[in-house]
Design a protein around this ligand. Structure first.
Ligand SMILES: [Zn+2]
Length: 297
């Protein structure tokens, strides 16, 4: 039987009690954040997901990285005020914790927000050169990837901006993040990627992840190419609260199989589930798992 795994793209909706966290911080109870990671991880495990994330509960996906990079400060958005440098591990400790609390048969996906998306999301008050800033983010993220790969089974770069604009150095940026990193690699680009498929197929990753549920026309677009990469098939919407039925998801996966066949190695939601109510996010994952079992079980 083909080894297709259920996965997530990243964020999971957990309501954080800031007052409680602040009290914990001032009372030196530094472990208080673990409660939120527990919630995100336990929901994924309970739903039956194979490749688990830490839920990115601490911060939205840009600030979670820039908060710990030298040269950045957060004023609502991130401002770049000096040369961007890596000082210390960013997400690694959370992954070490996730590894401790998940069952042995589960895997972990480490999440990295891509350098181009970081660059586009920041207010640059220092570089005045987009490319240079993007490459400095990529160099910093390379340190994080090298630290992260010791603890995770897969690293996923989330680079949504590539569907809006793809710089001519798009591939080099991803190469820089993954320089001397040997674990399994995935690139997630949500949005309409139909115009950049040839560029995506050249990326230095084994797995491409896209939102096929919200953009089913991608099936026809991908059909025009010889797809050499594995596919993580977005199969439930992350922007709609309607819970897809198992039948609906099964049909969708079968459409994917018609195009990609055995190249499908993972099924997942279209994107992170941060904006969903927690009970709906959970049910979407649960139905995804049941649909996956029906087809691949
Ligand atoms: Zn996404």
């Amino acid at each position: 039987m083909q080894n297709v795994k259920t996965s997530v793209i990243g964020s999971y909706p957990v309501k954080v009690n800031n007052l409680e966290l602040m009290n914990g911080y001032f009372n030196q109870k530094k472990s208080s954040w673990k409660k939120y990671i527990d919630m995100a991880v336990n929901d994924q495990v309970k739903a039956g997901i194979d490749i688990i994330s830490d839920g990115q509960t601490r911060d939205p996906f840009v600030n979670i990285f820039t908060r710990k990079l030298d040269g950045c400060r957060i004023r609502g958005r991130t401002e770049v005020i000096d040369k961007v440098r890596y000082i210390e591990p960013i997400t690694v400790n959370d992954q070490v914790y996730v590894k401790k609390i998940i069952p042995k048969n589960k895997e972990i996906v480490g999440l990295i927000t891509g350098p181009y998306t970081l660059m586009k999301s920041c207010v640059d008050l220092f570089y005045d050169n987009k490319k240079e800033l993007a490459f400095d983010f990529a160099k910093a993220l390379n340190h994080e990837a090298k630290n992260l790969e010791k603890y995770v089974d897969l690293i996923s770069i989330d680079e949504p901006f590539y569907s809006v604009e793809t710089p001519e150095y798009a591939k080099e940026l991803i190469q820089m993040v993954f320089k001397n990193v040997s674990c399994n690699k995935r690139l997630h680009v949500c949005g309409d990627v139909s115009k950049i498929i040839p560029k995506l197929l050249e990326m230095p990753v084994q797995i491409l992840s896209h939102e096929f549920k919200a953009s089913p026309h991608l099936f026809d677009k991908f059909k025009e190419y010889d797809v050499s990469k594995n596919i993580c098939l977005g199969s439930v919407r992350s922007d709609k609260t309607t819970i897809e039925t198992v039948d609906e998801i099964t049909k969708h996966i079968n459409c994917g199989i018609d195009v990609f066949g055995e190249k499908i190695s993972q099924i997942s939601p279209d994107c992170g589930l941060r904006h969903q109510p927690r009970n709906i996010a959970y049910q979407k994952l649960k139905n995804l798992v049941i649909a996956g079992e029906k087809i691949y079980g």
